[in-house]
Design a protein around this ligand. Structure first.
Ligand code: FES
Length: 163
């Protein structure tokens, strides 16, 4: 196992664990912490989380692979997730997704050559009331249109905004 948590990371994870009844229940937030630190959840990251929580690797791997919010491979600086589930689809998210595919020249799950954008088609993001919803890294962008996503992507490229 080549990935390791630092002493400071261990303290942060301890704080996370204190919010849960036991370490098993802290698996999701600890994986989230690991994703932020390592960029994505590799096999080594799974092992590091299992070790720090003193849980079986199989349990952590099961959780990491079940939830789509954990990236199993490296993503670009901006991870664009477009919900194409029913509410968002009815409000035009599939057109937005297709537009992004063409604009960025990548398919779902792919990353641009400059490593700036990863595009991903995802299931419901839990924000159906303001469909179409797009998530970029940790941030939600709601009631999106093709025009709005164009402006957003250009601003991200120019470094005018960060997410
Ligand atoms: S259907 Fe898109 S956020 Fe729920």
């Amino acid at each position: 196992m080549s990935l390791r948590f630092t002493e400071q990371d261990m303290q942060n994870i301890e704080v996370i664990c204190q919010r849960y009844p036991d370490k098993k229940a802290a698996t999701l937030p600890t994986l989230h912490f690991a994703q932020k630190k390592f960029g994505y959840i590799s096999e080594d990251a799974v092992k590091a989380v299992a070790a720090v929580l003193n849980l079986p690797v199989a349990h952590v791997l099961g959780v990491a692979t079940f939830y789509t919010m954990y990236n199993k491979k490296p993503v670009g600086k901006y991870h664009i997730q477009v919900c194409t589930n029913i509410s968002c689809a009815l409000m035009g998210s599939r057109e937005i997704f297709q537009h992004l595919r063409q604009k960025l020249g990548i398919a779902s799950g792919e990353t641009t050559e400059d490593k700036l954008f990863t595009l991903q088609e995802v299931e419901c993001l839990g924000s159906c009331g303001t469909a179409p919803t797009i998530q970029i890294n940790e941030k939600y962008f709601e009631s999106m249109t093709v025009e709005k996503i164009d402006e957003l992507v250009e601003s991200l490229k120019k470094g005018e905004i960060d997410v």
